[in-house]
Every structure is written in structure tokens, then in C-alpha cells.
Design a protein around this ligand. Structure first.
Ligand code: FAD
Length: 473
């Protein structure tokens, strides 16, 4: 009889893949349920068809990610230095395939199985009811697990304006949610600019400097583009192509819709009217929903996440954040955190009082920092959040620890403080350090390594990572 603990993982998107990998690293048995026939989650482009009118994926055919490869990669599987900085969705899906192949994750994934219900048994283990999505006559099956990692994503259930705009019923143009949009070009960001030393500045100074930078580049924002709130008080829209298109009149910016008119007219809040509108896309975001969880586990239908931690200490929500930065490395470090906590490496679990206090602190911080809106209930800053979890995990790169561990190698220290805050930084130190991390951190900050290992010819310099990992063990 095996004494290994079993972990149910719901979803094989980037969060699920990271969770499986961490479970394997910790000697646990992961079983990942994925309702689709493929892995990669939202980043696997899926056509909207008659047979599949509501696919999980909401990305468009031409989506380009707006977080750079240096900041979105998994910490011990850097994206090749030769790939473009901002990857099209096809390359992202390919990267996830390479990750799964490299760490042999696929055999732990049960494709085309949807989790219907998760309930906790008397002994605190989880009963996971799942069913085939291939065979409509299939009977659900129940399986029992020690831990539950929810990696089902939160960009899938469209949120429509409530109440609907006046005249929605008489408007004869089309109305769709952006979830169903399938062609556009996404933008790019300057996420390398916030390097580690910048994060030492107080928050208000970073905000002022960022706002000033925007004004210097684009000039003061006017009209409907001028936000009614402070810089960083709302989740930012990042697209460097957008301003050029607005300035050249290819995109016309309007205030909010006041009402729809009979036919194809739309009246806006400034009183202007546009006729001949064929299609309206609602870019109104998504609901956070976990239909397979019982009501009392998570607040149903509300977008703030109120867990009864005392009762449910063996469940983790991975990737349930809206970061200014990339989600993938956050999901990875959350998985490392959850497993370390469960395996007792982070000391005794926090008390209910401690957790409630932490929840209150977070809530107050969100209310102080952001405009009140359902989209700002799970907001985090990548840089601060990663460092916070890394601190507890013992892998936060500090000057003193780096100096001691790497014999005051100034090239590495400069790369950590002045290069992109790549997740590979969190594999330099601590129990789960990775031998390739130093090279990745240095290369990502612009230093060229002279081919000590790796297949430089194809640019896949990480293709020998399995060997490095073996050496590590
Ligand atoms: C248009 C768009 C652009 C984006 N751009 C960026 C970006 O630039 N950078 C960034 O970091 N993030 C971006 N995101 C956020 C995106 O959510 C994350 O990048 C990432 O996909 C989250 O991964 P995930 O694994 O948590 O969720 P998902 O990728 O959504 O994967 C969840 C998986 O769970 C499966 N699943 C769900 N329910 C069940 C069930 N009951 N049973 C079994 N399986 C289930 C789904 O089929 C899916 O495969 C963007 C999102 C959108 C919509």
C-alpha cells in the first residue's frame, strides 16, 4: 500500500501544469482533470463553432501576450533567449507543451474529464466527482484525494453589464462579449522597467514616476481617455500600439454608452450619436466562478474570495490573482507555497485569527489602492507578491544571501537588481534551487554566456535542462 499522498488538480492550463510539476518534485501523486482534449488552457486557441459554441479559451487568433518572456516563464524552465520578447499565443502553447514534455507531466493528466463536484469527507479528504466530456452517456466517477488544487482559471465566464443598457432589446446591430472575439492584435508592455531596485521606492513615488513617464511619451491624456482615478488605481490596459492608432484616427474613443437606439444607432454619455454600428463588443470582464465547489466553500457569484480557512486547509486556489505582471510564475510559486505549507516546511499553519487578520489587511489595501469594482478583488503587484511568498519559502534573493552563496559575483548581483525580475531569480537560493538559474538570470539581463552547455544552434539553450536537473538531485 502506497503512503504517498494524492493531489487532485482541476485544470491543465499553465497553473495546472505548474501544480503537477511541483507535486512530482515533492513526491506526491498528482491526478489532473482537464475537461478539454488538450492542455494549455486559455492559451490554446479554439474556434467558436456550432459543436463548441462556448470554448474555455477566450484568446483571439492573433493574441500576443503582453507580459515578456523573461517575466512569464516558469522559474526552472526559461524561455529560449532567442524567442521573441512578446510571444504569440501559438508559441506560448508550444512552450507549455515543451514544459510538460520536459518534466513528463502529461501522463498525470486525464484529458476530457470534467470535475462536477468536490466535497469534503469526514476525514477532511476530498471526494472528487468527475465525468467524461466525450461520452454523453458516461456515468460520473468518484475518487478520493488528500489535497485539492483548483487551477480552473478565471477568464472564461463572461460578465455582461448589469443592468443592461437601455435599448439593448431594440438595437439591431450584433452584441457580443469579448470572450468570443477571435481576431485582434494584443499589445506589449515595458515590464522590465520595474527592476528590483525600483521596488525599494515607496509606492506613491513609483506611481508618480510611472504617470510622468506616460505623460512624457504620450502627452497628457484628454477627453474620454483621461481616467477619473489615479495612476495604478485600476488594472492597467497595456498596449503600445493603441495610442498610435488613436492618434491616427483608426480608433475613435467614446465615453460610455448611454442607450441603444432603434436600428443601429448608439447614443453616448456626452450626447453624441453614432449610426450604423454593426457590432458591439462588451469588454466587461469575467465572473470568478467555481461551479464544482459547494456554496459554503467559496462565496458563490461574488467576486471576492471568502474562504472558511479553518475548515478547508487542504485546498489551494492556484492562479486566482489578477496581477500587474504575468500569472504563470505566480501560479508556480503559489504551488510551491501550498505544498510547502501542507508538508509542514513553513512551520505550523497560521491560526484562524492570523488568517482573518491577513484577509482584512488585504481587503483594506485593495479598497485603499483601487477603484471599487469587481475586477479589483484579486489584484496583486507581481513584484511585491512574488517576493512576499519567496521570503517565506526561503528563496527571496537578498544581497547578503546572494553574496554568500555566489561568492559576491557582481555580475549576478547586478543582474538580479537591475535586470528583469524574472522568476528564475527564485531558483537561485533555498531548498528548491536550480543550477541553471544563474545563467538564465544573467542572460535575461543581457549577459552572453559562452556555450558551457546547451544547444545554441537551435536557440533551445534550455533543451539540456533535464540533465541539469538530474545533476541537481
Ligand atoms: C485575452 C486575454 C489575454 C491575457 N493576457 C495575459 C498576459 O499577457 N499575461 C498573463 O500572465 N496573463 C494573461 N491573461 C490571463 C490568463 O488567464 C493567464 O495567462 C493563464 O491562462 C491562466 O492560466 P490558468 O491555468 O490559471 O487558467 P486557464 O488557462 O484558464 O486554464 C484552466 C483550465 O482548467 C480547465 N477546467 C476548468 N474547469 C474545469 C473542470 N470543472 N473540470 C476540468 N477542467 C476544468 C479548463 O478547461 C482549462 O484548461 C490573459 C487572459 C485573456 C482572456
Amino acid at each position: 500500500m502506497t503512503t504517498q499522498k494524492c493531489v487532485a488538480i482541476i485544470g491543465a492550463g499553465s497553473s495546472g501544469l505548474a501544480a503537477i510539476k511541483q507535486c512530482l518534485e515533492e513526491g506526491l501523486i498528482p491526478v489532473c482533470f482537464e475537461q478539454e482534449g488538450v492542455t494549455g488552457g486559455l492559451w490554446r486557441y479554439t474556434e467558436v463553432t456550432k459543436e463548441n459554441p462556448n470554448p474555455h479559451s477566450s484568446i483571439y487568433k492573433s493574441t500576443i501576450i503582453n507580459t515578456s518572456k523573461e517575466m512569464m516563464c516558469f522559474s526552472d524552465f526559461p524561455i529560449p533567449a532567442t524567442w521573441p520578447t512578446y510571444l504569440p499565443n501559438q508559441l506560448i502553447a508550444h512552450y507549455f507543451d515543451l514544459y510538460a514534455a520536459n518534466f513528463d507531466l502529461t501522463r498525470h493528466i486525464r484529458l476530457r474529464r470534467r470535475v462536477l463536484r468536490c466535497s469534503q469527507l469526514g476525514d477532511k479528504r476530498w471526494l472528487v466527482r468527475n465525468v467524461s466530456t466525450q461520452n454523453p452517456d458516461a456515468q460520473p466517477e468518484d475518487e478520493v484525494f488528500d489535497y485539492l488544487m483548483v487551477c480552473s482559471g478565471h477568464h472564461t465566464k463572461p460578465r455582461w453589464p448589469k443592468p443592461a443598457f437601455e435599448g439593448t432589446d431594440v438595437f439591431q446591430g450584433g452584441q457580443r462579449h469579448s470572450h468570443f472575439y477571435r481576431v485582434i492584435l494584443f499589445g506589449k508592455t515595458l515590464d522590465h522597467v520595474i527592476v528590483r531596485w525600483v521596488t525599494f521606492f515607496p509606492y506613491f513615488l513609483i506611481t508618480i514616476l510611472s504617470a510622468l513617464t506616460m505623460v512624457v511619451i504620450y502627452g497628457p491624456l484628454r477627453g474620454p481617455l483621461k481616467p477619473r482615478h489615479g495612476f495604478f488605481s485600476a488594472h492597467v490596459t497595456i498596449n503600445s500600439d493603441l495610442m498610435g492608432k488613436i492618434e491616427t484616427g483608426r480608433i475613435i474613443v467614446k465615453p460610455n454608452i448611454k442607450r441603444f437606439l432603434k436600428g443601429k444607432g448608439v447614443e453616448f454619455e456626452d450626447g453624441s450619436i453614432e449610426e450604423g454600428i454593426d457590432l458591439v463588443y462588451y469588454c466587461t470582464g469575467y465572473h470568478i466562478e467555481f461551479p464544482f465547489l459547494e456554496r459554503e466553500i467559496l462565496n458563490d457569484g461574488r467576486d471576492d474570495v471568502d474562504l472558511e480557512y479553518n475548515e478547508y486547509e487542504n485546498i489551494a486556489f492556484i492562479g486566482l490573482v489578477q496581477p500587474l505582471g504575468a500569472i504563470m510564475p505566480i501560479s508556480e510559486i503559489q504551488s510551491r507555497y501550498a505544498l510547502s505549507l501542507w508538508l509542514g516546511r513553513l512551520g505550523a499553519p497560521p491560526t484562524i485569527l492570523d488568517m482573518n487578520a491577513a484577509i482584512d489587511r488585504t481587503r483594506r489595501h485593495l479598497q485603499r489602492t483601487y477603484v471599487r469594482s469587481p475586477r479589483h478583488t484579486i489584484q496583486v503587484f507581481y513584484h511585491a507578491y512574488m517576493d512576499m511568498l519567496a521570503d517565506d519559502l526561503g528563496c527571496k534573493p537578498t544581497l547578503f544571501r546572494l553574496g554568500r552563496e555566489f561568492e559576491w559575483n557582481w555580475r549576478l548581483i547586478w543582474s538580479v537588481y537591475n535586470g528583469p525580475q524574472t522568476p528564475c531569480q527564485y531558483r537561485l537560493l533555498g531548498e528548491q534551487k536550480w543550477a541553471g538559474a544563474k545563467r538564465a538570470v544573467e542572460e535575461y539581463s543581457g549577459y552572453k554566456w559562452e556555450g558551457k552547455y546547451g544547444d545554441e544552434k537551435n536557440g533551445f539553450w534550455f533543451s539540456r535542462m533535464p540533465e541539469i536537473n538530474k545533476k541537481d538531485q
